[in-house]
Write a protein that binds this ligand. Structure first.
Ligand SMILES: [Zn+2]
Length: 268
């Protein structure tokens, strides 16, 4: 897959009027269309009335259509936040995949919100990362997943991509796409493994020293993260194995998250 002048060569380009301004993308946001077909989703995303778009749409046969150049802001994320940043359209490339989304069981079949029936072979029962129960999700096709992986690989080669995220992760509560039928964790583990606390990354990890008397040690990067041990005391040596929005993932005897500004980083 080749990118020239912020467009994929050899894929159809149908410009959406729903775009604005220039961006320097460092994030990829994965979506499902919750639609009936790639064609109908492309029509919707090119309709000025909808005020919605994405950079590309991937059909169920793996075919890609581009709607907005990658250096121009498309309107796919809406109200969204990741780390300290809000309005993720300003930083990201949006990839829509043709998929009906959540399904309801109805007798032998499964029904989408727009009333189409799907056979059990097209459905996955799974728990969404933002939910505490299982429900039914339309499967993505292998061709579609392969195309998504190849496209992300090409984007990483062309742009300074640091994150691959689901819409559900930047707009939790409001959005559920791409949902548990899409292998999002595998995608970023495979393509962005240096960010994922791999052994290699840990080898090269920076070290630091706790610079306050008591530093809360949490299971997630944010003050809503649960405290997982008593606070770390001043002078405790830590390994810094990850970063996110001002928080450091550190390793002492166990791993957890602390406020980055209370760690003095040791020079290597
Ligand atoms: Zn979405």
């Amino acid at each position: 897959m080749k990118i020239e002048n912020h467009k994929l060569s050899d894929v159809p380009y149908e410009e959406s009027p729903n775009h604005s301004g220039e961006i320097k993308p460092d994030t990829i946001i994965m979506h499902y269309t919750a639609g009936a077909s790639a064609e109908s989703s492309i029509r919707t995303l090119c309709d000025p009335e909808t005020k919605a778009s994405a950079h590309v749409v991937i059909g169920r046969d793996g075919s890609i259509t581009q709607l907005v150049p990658f250096n121009i802001k498309a309107w796919h994320a809406g109200r969204s936040q990741y780390g300290n940043r809000r309005g993720m359209n300003n930083y990201s490339i949006g990839i829509e995949m043709d998929n009906a989304g959540m399904l309801e069981k109805s007798g032998e079949n499964f029904v989408s919100w727009f009333g189409r029936k799907y056979a059990a072979s097209e459905v996955k029962k799974a728990q969404h990362r933002n939910e505490a129960f299982e429900r039914y999700w339309h499967l993505f096709t292998e061709e579609q997943i392969d195309a998504a992986f190849e496209l992300c690989k090409a984007l990483i080669a062309e742009y300074n991509i640091e994150h691959i995220l689901g819409h559900e992760e930047i707009s939790p509560g409001r959005k559920t796409d791409p949902g548990p039928a899409f292998p999002l964790d595998k995608l970023r583990e495979r393509l962005l493994e240096q960010d994922r606390g791999s052994d290699e990354a840990e080898e090269q990890a920076a070290t630091g020293t706790v610079a306050v008397d008591r530093l809360n040690f949490r299971d997630a990067p944010g003050t809503e993260g649960e405290k997982i041990s008593k606070p770390l005391s001043r002078g405790t040596k830590v390994k810094i194995i990850g970063k996110e929005g001002g928080w450091f993932r550190v390793k002492v005897e166990q791993e957890g998250w602390v406020m980055g500004r209370y760690i003095d980083k040791n020079l290597k």
